[in-house]
Design a protein around this ligand. Structure first.
Ligand SMILES: Cc1cc2nc3c(=O)[nH]c(=O)nc-3n(C[C@H](O)[C@H](O)[C@H](O)COP(=O)(O)OP(=O)(O)OC[C@H]3O[C@@H](n4cnc5c(N)ncnc54)[C@H](O)[C@@H]3O)c2cc1C
Length: 451
């Protein structure tokens, strides 16, 4: 009989893996962490744009969860239900549905991409949320360029070579910059493709990019992207997406065969199924990160609505008690900070000591705008250009889990400084399919499922 008591964590992203690693050395005897996650790896989302731009291989922005953990148990599976009376979670695994008992249960299951914000987005746009999305977009870009070489219709060639990115936040800016550089570097291997046939347009509905950063850095990002040939459209809202472009709300039509979507998230379906206190799909937490009105359930990361008490401490007294409260933003930095705070609180709870409210002062924010260019605000300093880009790379290299991954990324980045980007499009054809009929003739319009 197993007398071990379990802290079960649902979700192996930034929040879940940081929590498991922080708990491992501190747990009292008789306690163990069980981490359940859908995939066997954790994805380093801030680097997904680099996968799109072929600056790094997809395998290098993920880290196997089993290699990140020491004493914890890892279960690959999707949690579908919890039974709060029996204190068990049910997870669909390779061996069918398994029940896992918990003493404390932590929700860290993130959010999903929202493809319902604009009509046609779900059918025709390519979201960037998972590593599979990044790899798919990269392959799609290569397919499009290869197809332009084979087409003779000028209008179709221009539509195929037009890549529209929706969203001027961090991921949109980074993808647009990476794409512009990748296309500029790859074009020389496609001699029948003219420079003006490859274009990147970035759509931002606000009047500036990167709303989370000061206006000067948003302007610096737009300047940097425009310098690389990206058509940055401010105050431009997508009204409809279809198979061959985007209709802007003002009525203008952008002919583009590839639309990449970096806007919007929606709640993970599990959050709705749990029947716990939630606001707009995020689980409402008490100051110490426990789920409101519970004592054995906790929530951190993007799936949790967490009040940041550091902001309260810096609130001027004249703001009064009715001033709006500050919530932690859904970023990797805050997910990691919440995981570290929760590790302390869980140990405190087990040892019957008082828990502490979550408080974190942001260390800053940064984004790349393509090769050797970026913008950053760190410790009150505003940086743009090469210093910001170097800082971005140094920071994310340090944050990358496991030494092996750090070395691989560093080698790849160094390689990328001196050699051309990899334009291999792997099709994963297996022996049984080698002699299958070749691609069907392509129609004159383009759709997301076609090259
Ligand atoms: C393209 C992109 C770029 C970004 N860039 C930045 C950036 O530059 N800086 C920054 O700070 N933040 C960035 N973010 C946001 C950041 O990635 C998130 O805030 C962070 O990942 C949140 O961590 P999390 O652990 O809460 O969720 P996630 O990292 O999303 O992890 C959730 C995990 O739970 C698993 N899961 C979901 N449902 C279940 C279930 N039912 N059962 C089991 N497992 C489940 C998922 O598979 C996943 O592994 C970016 C996000 C994206 C998509």
């Amino acid at each position: 009989m197993d007398f071990t008591r379990h802290i079960v964590i649902v979700g192996g992203g930034f929040a879940g893996t940081t929590l498991a690693r922080a708990l491992e050395p501190r747990l009292p005897p008789g306690w163990r962490v069980v981490l359940i996650s859908e995939e066997s790896y954790t994805t380093f989302n801030p680097m997904l744009a680099e996968v799109v731009g072929a600056s790094v291989f997809p395998e290098h922005v993920v880290a196997p969860i089993r290699q990140m953990l020491r004493s914890s148990r890892f279960v690959m599976g999707r949690v579908t239900d919890i039974d709060r009376v029996r204190r068990v979670v049910s997870a669909g695994t390779l061996a069918g549905v398994q029940e896992i008992a918990y003493e404390h249960l932590v929700f860290a299951f993130g959010t999903r991409a929202n493809l319902e914000l604009v009509p046609g987005l779900a059918e025709h746009a390519l979201p960037l949320k998972l590593v599979g999305d990044a790899l798919f977009i990269r392959n799609r870009v290569l397919q499009r360029v290869a197809r332009i070489e084979l087409e003779s219709d000028r209008a179709l060639r221009r539509t195929l070579g037009h890549f529209v990115v929706i969203g001027g936040g961090f991921s949109g800016v980074e993808v647009a910059g990476e794409l512009a550089d990748f296309l500029a570097g790859a074009r020389r291997y496609y001699p029948r493709v003219q420079p003006d046939e490859l274009r990147v347009t970035l759509l931002q509905d606000a009047d500036r990019l990167l709303l989370e950063l000061p206006a000067t850095l948003g302007a610096a990002a737009a300047h940097s992207l425009r310098g690389r040939g990206v058509d940055v459209r401010l105050g431009a809202r997508a009204g409809r997406v279809d198979a061959d472009g985007v209709l802007l709300q003002g009525g203008e039509k952008l002919d583009a065969a590839t639309v990449i979507c970096t806007i919007g998230t929606k709640p993970n379906p599990l959050a709705e199924r749990l029947g716990l206190p939630a606001q707009r799909g995020r689980l409402v937490t008490a100051p110490d990160l426990s789920v409101q009105d519970t004592d054995d359930l906790w929530a951190i990361g993007d799936c949790a609505l967490v009040r940041n008490h550091a902001a309260d401490q810096h609130r001027p007294p004249e703001a009064g008690p009715a001033a709006p409260v500050s919530y932690a933003p859904p970023t990797a930095q805050f997910a990691v900070a919440q995981a570290q705070a929760l590790a302390r609180n869980l140990i405190a709870r087990i040892e019957r000591r008082p828990t502490r409210p979550f408080a974190h002062v942001s260390k800053g924010m940064m984004a790349t705008t393509g090769h050797l260019k970026g913008v950053a605000q760190v410790a009150g300093l505003r940086l743009s250009g090469l210093p910001a880009w170097l800082l971005w790379r140094a920071y994310y290299l340090l944050r990358m889990p496991t030494l092996g991954r750090k070395v691989r990324i560093w080698v790849e980045w160094t390689w990328g400084m001196f050699f051309a980007a990899d334009i291999t499009h792997l099709r994963f054809t297996r022996t049984a399919e080698a002699d299958a009929p070749s691609l069907p003739p392509a129609p004159t319009t383009v759709s997301p499922s076609q090259p």
